[in-house]
Ligand binder design. Structure first.
Ligand SMILES: CC(=O)SCCNC(=O)CCNC(=O)[C@H](O)C(C)(C)COP(=O)(O)OP(=O)(O)OC[C@H]1O[C@@H](n2cnc3c(N)ncnc32)[C@H](O)[C@@H]1OP(=O)(O)O
Length: 483
């Protein structure tokens, strides 16, 4: 008999609109989240509402040209006619949806809530489209009330050495990780591009079949990696089609409840989806990492969540690995020994370049779709891996309709082991001969280079030099780039 306090997901919802839709109505993030949440909540009363932070409030320098909600979770709750006891606004990062679902499940298991709604939304496409329009909508919402605002949570995410070269944006930093992987594999620029295209072409096929996807065009691998005016270079090696797509209007919501509340609400047990495994881990700061192409914290998080669920990778029916850029998927696959062309596929939505990358909220859509698929195939397992920052934070959930007791995870002990790995020493001044570890180049700008000295210290520099810097400055020809 399953304990009454066991947390289960009992409702999911999604909302989206595209400017070309006949019924497009320029919905705000609050509108989108409310529409998604209404579908998830049904007749339940919500004890706790936990919201994913929009990009427009995710950094001190973000702004909201159409105005914003002063208290996003309570604005959504008010529109739903709900008065939850507690409202939470989570820190920045794509790990947030899975982290919140896990946290809310723990709150329910501990008896501190009977129901909890996790929701989020972005209207980045609409804001970009209407920011300067004469008749632009006003998204300001002044709903007040208690809120637990957890702040940005950006500590360690802006290394001054990269800031000095203007490289704090996600495409630029992930491009560094991608070329580091290319260097590790010893592949030419062209051969590596083929692997990125092959990884993401199947993602575009999945997006083409998803009703809430932003881009529903099936793309070949060659199309994804061929530079054209519409597939322009963003940061070498990424043309636009390999980059998380931010011009989307999407919202998602997940309602969790105790088994007792689910019974009271007369939700049939075959609709209950249990969180069998979970983990939340943090990677070293970028320049401290021994291997810029690896993501050991994510790999450990997937392993721990599977251990808790009592299954291996083979036991999964569905997998959704966060896919803002190819390296976010490759680094997890490499560490797990999971083939990038695994026949189950590595996304259930189409991934961030095709389904869409709604700010910090993508993984909530992945959880919603995983729950739907788990319900369609009772007793099977689905995994969601949610990435935040610059391969910085990874949260994992394993879902199934198969009943399971709530189990706390042991992320803290694993985190201590990850943190014990010595950091790579960084030198601030130019040290003599260096080997290029990785680089990226944005159109019209100098290449930003991360290199190692002969004694293993790391150094960030930039150079106007053209060509493949990995080849020009490999260990066999350690000529430093001209800064
Ligand atoms: C942990 C993490 O998640 S890290 C990732 C965080 N996310 C990011 O950093 C976002 C990175 N992405 C971006 O900045 C952008 O998507 C870019 C720069 C790559 C491309 O953006 P843009 O220059 O606006 O792209 P572009 O105008 O070429 O195309 C946008 C597409 O969106 C569509 N679109 C939808 N709404 C809009 C809009 N309001 N304005 C412009 N395009 C829009 C366009 O029609 C086009 O569609 P298509 O692919 O069918 O042609």
């Amino acid at each position: 008999m399953i304990d009454d306090r066991t947390p289960v997901i009992i409702g999911v919802g999604e909302a989206s609109e595209r400017p070309a839709d006949p019924d497009y109505r320029a919905m705000s993030p609050v509108d989108l989240a409310t529409t998604a949440a209404a579908a998830a909540v049904g007749a339940a009363a919500v004890d706790v509402i936990a919201a994913v932070r929009q990009f427009e409030i995710s950094t001190p320098w973000s702004h909201a040209p159409l105005g914003r909600a002063e208290n996003f979770p309570r604005a959504v709750a008010a529109r739903l006619g709900q008065a939850p006891r507690r409202a939470i606004l989570e820190v920045t990062g794509g790990q947030a949806p899975q982290r919140l679902v896990t946290e809310m499940a723990g709150e329910i298991a501990a008896g501190r809530a009977d129901t909890a709604l996790v929701c989020g939304a972005e209207a980045i496409s609409t804001v970009a489209r209407l920011a300067r329009a004469g008749d632009r909508p006003d998204f300001t919402d002044r709903t007040r009330g208690q809120i637990e605002d957890r702040g940005y949570g950006l500590d360690g995410l802006a290394p001054p050495q990269l800031a000095a070269h203007g490289l704090l944006d996600p495409p630029g930093q992930y491009a560094l990780f991608e070329h580091a992987r290319r260097a590790r594999l010893g592949l030419s620029h062209a051969d590596y591009a083929v692997t990125m295209g092959a990884l993401f072409a199947p993602f575009s096929r999945v997006a083409a079949g998803h009703p809430h996807a932003a881009a529903r065009t099936v793309r070949t691998a060659a199309e994804l990696i061929t530079e054209t005016p519409s597939n322009r270079m963003i940061a070498d090696p990424y043309p636009r089609c390999l980059v998380s797509r931010d011009k989307v209007n999407q919202g998602a919501a997940v309602l969790l409840a105790s088994v007792a509340a689910a019974r009271r609400l007369r939700i049939p047990p075959d609709r209950w989806v249990y969180l069998h495994g979970h983990a939340d881990l943090r990677e070293r700061d970028v320049l401290d990492r021994p291997d810029l192409s690896a993501y050991p914290a994510a790999v450990a998080a997937v392993r721990h969540a599977l251990d808790l669920a009592g299954i291996g990778l083979d036991g999964l029916a569905t997998i959704d690995l966060y896919s803002c850029f190819p390296i976010a998927v490759f680094a997890v696959c490499d560490g797990l020994g999971l083939p990038a062309d695994d026949p189950r596929g590595l996304t259930v939505t189409g991934g961030l370049p095709f389904f869409g990358g709604p700010g910090n909220d993508y993984a909530l859509h992945a959880i919603v779709e995983t729950v739907r698929r788990a319900r369609r195939a009772p007793g099977t397992f689905g995994l969601v891996g949610a990435n935040g920052g610059f391969l910085s934070k990874y949260s994992v959930g394993v879902y199934s309709t198969a009943p399971a007791p709530w189990r706390a995870d042991d992320s803290a002990a694993i985190q201590a082991r990850l943190d014990a790995v010595p950091a790579v020493p960084v030198c601030e001044s130019r040290p003599g001969p260096m080997t290029v570890e990785t680089y990226t180049r944005k159109p019209g700008q100098d290449a930003v280079v991360i290199a190692r000295t002969e004694d293993g210290r790391r150094f960030v520099t930039s150079t106007p030099e053209e060509g493949d810097l990995l080849v020009a400055h490999s260990r066999d020809s350690p000529r430093p780039p001209a800064a």
